[in-house]
Design a protein around this ligand. Sequence first.
Ligand code: SAM
Length: 357
Amino acid sequence: MNTVLLHCRGGFEKECAAEIVARSAEQGVFGYPQFEAGQAYVLFHCHAPGGAEELVTRLRFERLIFARQWCACLPLVSGLSKRDRITPLLEQCRQLPQAAELMVEVADTTEGRELQGFARKFGSALSQALRQEEILLPRKQKSDWRMHLFVIDGQTLWLGAAPARNSSPLPMGIRRLKFPHHAPSRSTLKLEEAWLHFLSAGRQKRLLAPGMTAVDLGAAPGGWTWQLVKHHMRVTAVDNGPMDEALMESGQVEHRQEDAFTFVPPKPVDWLVCDIVDKPARVTELMLRWALSGWCKQAMFNLKLPMKKRFDEVEHCLQHLEAALHEAGVEYRLRARQLYHDREEITCWLSLSEPGQ
Ligand SMILES: C[S@@+](CC[C@H](N)C(=O)[O-])C[C@H]1O[C@@H](n2cnc3c(N)ncnc32)[C@H](O)[C@@H]1O
């Protein structure tokens, strides 16, 4: 397999491409990206045979910020006949590493979503045929690999595979969440997704415990504060704007109408969360100040991306943050991802109490 297919948010193909070029070169895997703006996926063609398989095995998927999902692919399958699409695919699937599951995916675009019905039906017929031919292992059997089918249209598709523990367990890497009725803003879904994405079940229990304290910088109208309150934390919400009245009635929130960039917490807190719309470098400095001052144990923050050079800006901010923490001898763990509910932004988790990668 020579091609890696990476799913991303539509409009962020350039960033996804720049990132895979940079990260794969660090692994000694070289190639070139191919994409069209807005198609919500990027192809990375490796120069060396077998490069794609090597890359999805060696590079840790969680290191990628702009890719939601990935797999190593066989060459593009095109010109499938409506009469029998399945037979020609069986032989191809034999070339993939053994798997017990077929994940059916489309691009996260309007055209992709329109194809989803067809892709689902076709995928279930293909996986039935693959099981009959014993190309797919029985469902209950554990396997290191997952097979992927990415449908472009009725005649064209990509077949591939990804290591089950080094890819997203969710089709297209998309975590759909229901908007909670009483939450003050849709932004609430970003923090909920961030916790589900970055924190394992054990960490969620440990790190989102009742009675903990939090500061929410740029809190209004209170979608993120609402999530913290849901976990029975006591929250200081810092924003000059008004907070949702019902949320304030919980009695768990203190609203401070101050500038988040100069606010100093009276006591260190368990959580700092920050959704301020400002220059990413400025927000990074603010996070660094909190980390170096020992004002929080965990931080979840968004970096709003500029219009141009978005990948460079993200690299610059995160490298600066890491270098400064390292220099100060602070142990930390940092992860970043453009989540499904993020728009022109990425979400970062900085853990100062559970360091180590
Ligand atoms: C995207 S909104 C936050 C939405 C919030 N996370 C939610 O879930 O409802 C950004 C907020 O940052 C606030 N903000 C921007 N600059 C600020 C500053 N210097 N100090 C405090 N708040 C600021 C704005 O007033 C705005 O309410």
